[in-house]
Design a protein around this ligand. Structure first.
Ligand code: ZN
Length: 542
């Protein structure tokens, strides 16, 4: 295969300290390679004057599987908006089909995306959809924070059993990392209406364990397994006024172990009870804690204004949102494993709560001192569509634009958030960190997020503009695994992607225990559980 050479671009590769240096990128067989001694015959593309970065990585979104399909079905009035349209400025609904999802991510320079919440039982469905998604590599996190067998191992004080089960579950489902969603709280909601875990030390009904023990048990097991991304945590009490104390206590309970807290914006609220009257930003003390603990990382879950869909494994949250909005609602129990809640939602800039959520998200980006610890996300589609990412970038890089926008939102936000005091502006290099280099490092993806030899040839070329939203909305070229998938801003023929997963050894003697559990409790057979051969050709073990 001949070389592809991207010639004379301005390179941003923060992994290697390259910050706006003019250079060439050489590509061969889907990988970035060192400049060859004899590059004769290379296909050369002049990218001089343009900005070159690695493909972006979305480490937290919801794009496939039973939950996403339920959301597609419950909103026929908007579910097909833009499906099949690949141009950058076409409309798109909040839950596009899987083909549109792949194309539109590519159109923004994203080449790797992780679905953040998949039940083990839903894993096969997700692999089916991933087989169809064009242009992006994928992976997913498997839900385990309300899993009955996991809680049983924790109650039995059997960490070796828990560790073996976790490894078995990740292998069996073809997952990349374990995910905790409102640990214990979803189970309590499933047992009785209004049930939830309000603090970390409440005993989970029917299980002699607490959310704190689930958090600690799974985090310890995941760190023991040396998973590339040990654990992805959606804290208890999402969206509830005063939840920042739960979030801080969650961070403390992790006791120095590596962990990632997701959509942290939704977990940073001061105030009390169910009333919004005292609602205020508590990013300050939480960001201080993150700044002092380099083992912790966060993604933001930025809220952007407009209509979208809330979809979550946090069953009680779906119920809570539906009561607030009066919108339609879908709830589902995944036996022994998880729950699910879906409801349409609209964030309004003149609404105090929504505007404060928007400000709190931006505070997080601006208050975490080390950009390697904070990742850009909108928790697509929960805080807003991934199509909003270029606008988030502009809000971070352009303080005057941010302040102009702040003037248009509900004015009470000025008293309840310190956003107006923050004048930090992100640099292009910092944007490269929070959108690709950082998430790749947090995920343990050595071949992603950088531009040195050995990296996957996922490369994006942008045309510089003073309007950063324009610049990041319209990449001039996107290369996926060495194949040009966007040229002159137009999406080309699709490239195949991979599903990234992890394998770990487990104690074979424990499998009999797991199988007995299945035959005693599940309505399906263990032989029908996991991904089987679905998606196997696409899977790459990291
Ligand atoms: Zn999420």
């Amino acid at each position: 295969m001949s070389f592809l050479k991207l010639s004379g671009g301005t390179l941003y590769d923060p992994v290697h300290g390259v910050d706006g240096v003019v250079g060439d990128i050489w590509i061969e067989n889907g990988k970035i390679v060192d400049a060859p001694k004899d590059g004769a015959g290379a296909v050369t593309i002049d990218v001089s004057g343009r900005v070159v970065m690695a493909g972006a990585v979305d480490m937290h979104c919801h794009i496939a599987g039973p939950k996403v399909n339920a959301a597609r079905k419950m909103q026929p009035e908007q579910g097909r908006i833009g499906n099949g349209l690949t141009s950058h400025d076409a409309p798109m609904g909040s839950v596009p089909d899987i083909l549109t999802t792949g194309y539109r991510y590519t159109g923004l320079g994203y080449t790797t995306c992780f679905d953040a919440a998949v039940t083990p039982m839903g894993a096969r469905h997700v692999h089916h959809e991933f087989e169809l998604v064009p242009n992006i590599d994928t992976g997913f996190y498997v839900l385990v924070g309300n899993n009955h067998l996991a809680m049983q191992y924790i109650a039995d004080q059997d960490p070796a059993g828990l560790q073996s089960f976790l490894a078995w579950l990740i292998n069996r489902s073809g997952a990349y990392a374990p995910k905790l969603v409102n640990p214990g709280g979803v189970e309590m909601w499933k047992q009785r209406a209004g049930g939830n875990a309000r603090d970390l030390d409440q005993v989970i009904d029917g299980f002699e364990v607490t959310p704190r023990q689930v958090l600690q048990g799974i985090t310890q097991a995941a760190n023991q397994l040396e998973l590339p991304h040990p654990v992805h945590i959606h804290c208890n009490n999402l969206g509830i006024p005063g939840n920042w104390t739960t979030t801080l206590e969650t961070m403390r309970s992790l006791d120095g172990l590596r962990a990632h807290l997701t959509h942290i914006q939704f977990h940073s609220y001061g105030g009390t009870g169910d009333s919004d009257s005292g609602l205020e930003s508590k990013v300050g003390p939480l960001a201080d804690f993150v700044n002092e603990h380099p083992e912790l990382t966060v993604d933001v879950g930025q809220v952007m204004f407009g209509p979208t869909t809330s979809m979550t494994a946090d069953g009680p949250l779906g119920y809570f949102l539906q009561k607030l909005s009066g919108e339609k609602w879908y709830s589902c129990d995944t036996e022994l494993e998880s729950g699910c809640g879906i409801s349409p939602i609209r964030y309004r800039d003149r609404n105090f709560v929504n505007a404060l959520q928007w400000a709190i998200g931006l505070e997080w980006y601006l208050r975490v001192e080390d950009p390697w610890q904070v990742v850009m996300s909108s928790d697509h589609p929960n805080g807003g569509s991934f199509l909003a990412y270029p606008q988030i970038i502009r809000l971070l890089m352009d303080a005057s634009y941010r302040l102009e926008t702040l003037k248009r939102v509900n004015p009470r936000v000025l008293q309840r958030s310190s956003l107006s005091d923050l004048d930090r502006e992100y640099t292009l290099s910092e944007i490269a960190i929070i959108t690709r280099a950082g998430p790749a490092r947090i995920l343990g993806l050595r071949n992603k997020g950088h531009l040195a030899a050995g990296a996957d040839a996922d490369v994006v070329v942008y045309t510089p503009s003073e309007n950063y939203e324009t610049m990041f909305s319209w990449p001039w070229m996107v290369v996926k695994a060495g194949q040009i998938v966007v040229r002159n801003g137009e999406i080309q023929a699709p490239a195949a992607g991979k599903t990234l997963s992890v394998n770990r050894d487990f104690d074979l003697d424990r499998v009999k225990q797991i199988e007995t559990w299945f035959s005693d409790h599940y309505s399906i057979s263990v032989r029908n559980y996991g991904h089987g051969r679905v998606g196997a050709d696409r899977i790459e073990v990291v």
